[in-house]
Design a protein around this ligand. Structure first.
Ligand SMILES: Cc1cc2nc3c(=O)[nH]c(=O)nc-3n(C[C@H](O)[C@H](O)[C@H](O)COP(=O)(O)OP(=O)(O)OC[C@H]3O[C@@H](n4cnc5c(N)ncnc54)[C@H](O)[C@@H]3O)c2cc1C
Length: 423
């Protein structure tokens, strides 16, 4: 136990909360610092709520760059890069292009599977301990309307099975039998029985309550705007309050979990953490006219459909458009239009008046997160860049950071996660 050591976690999204949770469990005195009002301005609340062992292919994969370029002219497309004069974007684009190789996918797949499966086990433990976040283990249906899409996914299914993770290709009838209450207009599906889902807002509330109960200090409305260093050690963070006042918070150890804002948060520390924000939208129907029992991905449209308790969340799009959460109604419209195409029981009137939410996924150029210690400082760990898997990978990330900080051999370690890999 390290009861005397004080760890400050910067960022109170799902990654920061899970790091704080497992650090507290490891016996540290923990302070969590976030610039927002108790979890209002981050990516972790409105996401699709999926735990995804099925996602063994990182965002940087062959064909993604071409798909992005192809979709750029469609205002309702699910993937979009907004052209803007930015050296950081140009560098990130080049690194993304370089990373998207078959060899990278093959290297990453076993790691992503192991991380997601370890996280899944941790979610089971957290469900028993914290509970009340609508955690369900019903698998995930990936629905296809095209032969080409189904054929492509069959290779991922094969790769999953080779990695020891069950996955099946279903014909349209078999898919409908999995969720008999829902009409589906599809050619076929892939079914990943290990995937799970939950209500992410309830999950993070549960973590916050548990941290407060265990004596962690949660500092909201506190933006880290500068750092105080002693050589290769970080002594304090300079925190700006909404009233303009500044304060120094000291700690023995630091964890950076600032999501898409991580690079700007550590700019003064000169760390190389290339990152772009991947904006996505969701809408939540509190009383949907129809409620699937199994979550699905509408694959050609890249839309997630997740039952959360009695509500239904529809989520999608990946818009590389800078650090803003402005809502583009055309792209939200693209999500809503896709749903009746796959689930014909829904119609446009089911979505009238719904309010859209936007969140920024922290996307690294190679699609893998930065998790571990940086060589640049003796007392700084990084845990960010989880892109479209941040909820899914949050518990294992928290465990890995707690193990690393307390000097244990992390249960899963890989140079692929090294936060210094672009330094
Ligand atoms: C539409 C959509 C659907 C998604 N669906 C899924 C899904 O089904 N499954 C899944 O696993 N993932 C999903 N994701 C991705 C997931 O939501 C993100 O990967 C995850 O929320 C990232 O968590 P985070 O804690 O790293 O970042 P965030 O949640 O963004 O948190 C970062 C925090 O850092 C704080 N911060 C930043 N800078 C500072 C500073 N200088 N000082 C103090 N605080 C600071 C911010 O206020 C914020 O609270 C989805 C994302 C979107 C947009």
């Amino acid at each position: 136990m390290n009861t005397n050591e004080h760890v400050a976690v910067v960022g109170g999204g799902v990654i920061g909360l899970c790091c704080a949770f497992y650090l507290k469990r490891a016996g540290y005195r923990v302070t969590l610092i976030d610039r927002g009002e108790a979890n209002t301005e981050n990516c972790s609340i409105g996401n699709a709520g999926l735990v995804v062992p099925s996602h063994i292919v990182p965002l940087a994969a062959p064909g993604m760059m071409m798909a992005g370029l192809k979709w750029m002219r469609d205002p309702e497309s699910p993937f979009y890069v907004k052209p803007r004069p930015s050296l950081e974007l140009a560098k990130w684009g080049y690194q993304f292009f370089r990373a998207g190789t078959k060899a990278h996918v093959e290297r990453s797949a076993p790691l992503l599977k192991d991380l997601n499966m370890a996280s899944r086990t941790a979610f089971e433990e957290l469900d028993a301990e914290i509970g009340n976040f609508d955690f369900e283990q019903r698998g995930l249906l990936m629905l296809f309307q095209t032969e080409a899409g189904l054929e492509e996914e069959s290779h991922v299914v094969e790769a999953s099975n080779k990695l020891g993770m069950p996955a099946h290709i279903l014909n349209a009838q078999e898919a409908r039998e999995r969720d008999p209450g829902m009409k589906m207009d599809i050619l076929g599906a892939a079914f990943y029985p290990q995937d799970c889902h939950m209500s992410p807002g309830k999950f993070i509330q549960g973590l916050q309550k548990s941290l407060e109960r265990d004596g962690a200090t949660l500092r909201w409305n506190s933006e880290v705007c500068d750092w105080k260093r002693d050589g290769k050690r970080i002594r304090a963070a300079v925190v700006q309050k909404p009233n303009g006042g500044r304060e120094e918070i000291e700690a023995d150890q630091w964890v950076l979990c600032g999501g898409s804002w991580s690079p700007q948060t550590v700019r003064a520390l000169h760390l190389a953490l290339p990152m772009q924000a991947g904006k996505g939208y969701s809408v939540t129907l509190p009383q949907p006219t129809h409620l699937p029992t199994i979550p699905s991905l509408l694959m050609e449209a890249r839309v997630a459909v997740t039952p959360m308790g009695g509500s239904l969340r529809l989520a999608g799009t990946m818009e590389i458009a800078g650090l803003n959460t402005d809502i583009n109604p055309r792209r939200v419209g693209g999500i809503l239009k896709a749903v009746p195409r796959y689930y014909p029981d829904f119609s446009a009137s089911d979505f009238e008046g719904v309010k859209a939410w936007a969140g920024l996924r922290p996307c690294t150029p190679d699609g893998l997160p930065y998790v571990g210690r940086t060589e640049k400082f003796q007392n700084l760990c990084i845990a960010t860049g989880h892109a479209m898997m941040g909820l899914s990978l949050a518990p294992i990330t928290g465990k890995l950071i707690a193990e690393t900080m307390s000097g244990q051999e992390p249960q899963l370690s890989s140079t692929l996660l090294n936060p210094d890999r672009y330094a």
